[in-house]
Design a protein around this ligand. Sequence first.
Ligand code: C2E
Ligand code: CA
Ligand code: CA
Ligand code: CA
Length: 276
Amino acid sequence: AKVAGKSCYRFYSRAMDQAVERRVRMEQDLRGAWDRGELSLAYQPIYRLGDGQLVGAEALLRWHHPEQGSIAPSVFIDVAEQSGLIETIGPEVLRVACNDAVRWHTQFNRGKELFVSVNVSPRQLRSGELPDQVATVLRDTGLPASQLHIELTETAVIGDEVHASALLARLRSTGVKVWLDDFGTGFSGLSHLRRVPVDGVKIDRSFVSDVLRDPDDLALTTAIIAMAHSLGITVIAEGVEKEGQYAILRERGCDLAQGYWIGHPVNVQEFCGLLA
Ligand code: C2E
Ligand code: CA
Ligand code: CA
Ligand code: CA
């Protein structure tokens, strides 16, 4: 038993070494990825449920690794977050997204009022530099502040609500809109919305995917919409994959929606194709 235990330990330790090694390697590769042109943004269209109009797009980071092909953001964003690389990648994302949005406004009739929505990680928020970065990028690109939306996850603001609320207030004073992403998953409860100043909430995909078959998820979604509206907060549903989900969300008064049923994330050229 002793021997088995020992080899077992060696096995796990080797597997762990490999995992650590992979992470370190990924971090090194990610470091120069912008400069080598491996990172880009995809845009997923966002529609208004009332009239079906295209109103904006969410910017989603893509990494095309020269050997490994495309790597999921859920994997490399985590590495960027933990290594601190997000503090250089984040501002780049902001800049590219705002530049692209300005082009939609100036080049396309149908692009005149579109907003662009940018994901910001907890670490970027906590660094405290975000409000200044946002102000700078708006000034440099000329994008109207109201056309930039910042998406923060619930977890970024939970825990340290006083600090987070102050940062959000500073952020909103630049004129940008702040959205709470993955809403409903953090168990923060709806009462949270009264204390944290946001313009919108994104109902998490896990609720949206079940609105047709789980009465609890439909009830919760309906309650989020009603509560948010009573506080003057806009509601968007993400992960709409079926016509029936779209229909029921629209019937319940949800404001905006995005998802594979309405539009996949596409590269910037393809997105411009939607506007032409
Ligand atoms: P998220 O912010 O919740 O983004 C939505 C994710 O859902 C995206 O995955 C999108 O491609 C996917 N999606 C959209 N519609 C549907 C649908 O109908 N069904 C399903 N099953 N999925 C759908 P993606 O692009 O892989 O991004 C994953 C996560 O990585 C994002 O989740 C976000 O947290 C993070 N992320 C992406 N880009 C950035 C970025 O520029 N900065 C930061 N900090 N995080 C980012
Ligand atoms: Ca998001
Ligand atoms: Ca989300
Ligand atoms: Ca469920």
